[in-house]
Design a binder for this molecule. Sequence first.
Ligand code: HEM
Length: 143
Amino acid sequence: MSAGNSTSSNGDSYDDLHQSYGRCLHNGGFIERFYAIFLDSHPEVKVAFAGTDFDRQRRLLRRTLSNSIMYAAGSEIVKREVDKMAEIHSRRGHAPVQPHLYDHWLNSLIKAVGEFDPQFDAQLENRWREAMGCIIGHFSSQY
Ligand code: HEM
């Protein structure tokens, strides 16, 4: 998997994260594990996902995570899609997400990556937090 030719203004294409994500997906079960951790992370999360079709949601998340890394890398291609997701998670959208819940989302993601990426370490954790901080900051500001 690659970030294409798009890089952020500081020239960082986050290739290390695309690779880490690839390792997470390699043996299967990563996305399922993420949702199990996330749903357990806060009672409001479980409520929010009551009635969700998880087959669809899992397929969505696979793509969403690639897009989120590309967004952090400054890719123009995914900007429109990320804006749409921000709208869906805003007060006006059909799945509003109070900004404080993003901490749980991110901590759940880090935990799942830690379990699935054999090369996970503190530096990679910081890199994931930095990249996902971009999209979370954007969603929160649009709430
Ligand atoms: C940066 C973090 C997140 C990203 C990138 C993200 C992305 C998405 C995307 C792409 C969808 C599908 C929208 C659609 O087409 O209907 C979605 C749906 C949803 N998300 Fe998120 N999300 C994030 C965080 C969260 C958090 C923290 C919650 C907490 C409750 C949440 C709850 C939901 C719910 C309830 C849905 C709707 C599921 C359904 O249709 O049944 N998301 N999200």
